[in-house]
Design a protein around this ligand. Sequence first.
Ligand code: GUN
Length: 294
Amino acid sequence: MSFELLDGKALSLTIKEEIKEKVDQIKEKNLRPPHLSAVLVGNNPASESYMKNKVKSCDVVGFTSDLIRRDSDATEADILSIVHDLNKDDGVDGFIVQLPLPDHIDSEKILLAIDPSKDVDGFHPHNFGCMAQGLDCYLPATPYGILLMIERHNIETSGKHVVVIGRSNIVGTPLSILLSRKTDVGNATVTLVHSRTKDLSSITRQADILISAIGKPFYVTADMVKDNAVVIDVGINRIDDLSRKSGSRLVGDVDFEKVSLKSSYITPVPGGVGPMTVVALMLNTLSAYNKKLS
Ligand code: GUN
């Protein structure tokens, strides 16, 4: 069976070009471009790499951005103070605090302090609640990126059985809500499976669209997937690979080599969902800017 690759890298370039055209129109009117700020605490290698991509993408689409860095021994009060300053700064349309934060900082407290109108990650309970009720809000970046990917490839979701593996607040839970809403790229019958699910494979095998967001390398094997399924891999896991100069490589949650042979569509890792998350963040930042200026 031949599969079609859901190439997030290529699609993200197309959408970034569309965003850039809108930003060019803003600049032609002599208005300032949208501005995204980002807060990075410590030097978690994965966070460093995500952050680099986010800042680079701002450049590509014509946004201005700034990265506020603090060492891993920064206090909760330090980070709260940065958040309060960003909330007040009229030159900042949206900002993100990269997760995970060091253990001594209460992430929930930090996220709650972010002004929901600048919460372009869509992590604040205000935005989450609006999302769940179908009200105007910033959608969380990874689920939003996945919806865009499904939409732009004209993959039907209405009436389909979607199985989401993993119930995190930032991916699995919001995705399960979004895909079951009465909207385009919705109307699916969604099952959310997790660590306490019994006979998980018997459920994943029923999926027309299988989405894994569990963070375990090669967790989804070919026997867990129905023939012709659409497979979306949210996992970004680093594994040892001594054949590489770096000694490691990134893989998803899905055993791509074997699962792809049964799939109709499948995302690669890297180059699948990751770039779409960044594009979704750019779209939310543009929305934050437009809301403020309209
Ligand atoms: N850590 C992993 N993914 C994300 C994300 O989308 N946003 C933030 N702020 N932190 C993350």
